[in-house]
Design a protein around this ligand. Structure first.
Ligand SMILES: Nc1nc2c(ncn2[C@@H]2O[C@H](COP(=O)(O)OP(=O)(O)OP(=O)(O)O)[C@@H](O)[C@H]2O)c(=O)[nH]1
Ligand SMILES: [Mg+2]
Length: 175
């Protein structure tokens, strides 16, 4: 008997790497990926089979024109969802505040709807060379982590992970 599909919602600002991450999870190689990527229009649904599990992944285009609409519709999508992934582009320092603001709005809706689901915050584009460099960015990321922790109420279970598509997908829980 086929297993019940798992429903995953992926949100974040435009250009933060959501569609790339999904393609990379689907096993597409990076070269084909670079050709295919254009900003996601509205919301795209992808069905992915990994071993015996089927995932329904909702990819919410992050451009400003769509974000308000996503917030309005989110409560419907939360029904039956198993997991939310929220991506922040760690290399896009100038938009950390904006990324936190969008996250804040999403958290409010989750609180209001009182749903229980897994919640992962992904610090994305945490490429291997960033690990090696000890620079300003490291401090900015630590501050960003602090802001995320302040924003999320303690009764919501979440993890903060770093991720990149520039290795075979790497995803390490750090908090
Ligand atoms: N350095 C780096 N770049 C990445 C990574 N993941 C994705 N990118 C790049 O980020 C850019 C945007 O990727 P998309 O996957 O289209 O971003 P998106 O979040 O789906 O954007 P919207 O569809 O507009 O919401 C592309 O040029 C990708 O190659 C990563 O791990 N590291
Ligand atoms: Mg996209």
């Amino acid at each position: 008997m086929e297993k019940e599909p798992k429903k995953i919602l992926i949100l974040g600002l435009d250009n933060c790497g959501k569609t790339s991450l999904i393609f990379s999870l689907m096993g597409k190689n990076l070269l084909s990926l670079l050709d295919e990527l254009t900003p996601t229009k509205g919301t795209e649904m992808r069905k992915v089979k990994i071993k015996e599990d089927i995932y329904i992944i909702l990819d919410f285009g992050g451009q400003e024109t769509y974000r308000k609409n996503h917030l309005e519709n989110l409560k419907h999508h939360l029904q039956g969802a198993n997991k939310i992934m929220y991506l922040i582009d760690v290399q896009d320092i100038d938009r950390y505040e904006l990324a936190l603001e969008f996250l804040r709005n999403i958290i409010q809706i989750i609180k209001r709807e009182n749903v229980s689901l897994k919640f992962s915050i992904l610090l994305h584009k945490y490429d291997p060379q960033l690990e090696e460099k000890k620079n300003d960015l490291g401090e900015k990321i630590i501050k960003l982590i602090g802001s995320i922790q302040e924003l999320i109420p303690s009764n919501i279970n979440y993890t903060i992970q770093k991720s990149t598509i520039f290795t075979v997908f790497q995803n390490t829980t750090i908090y």
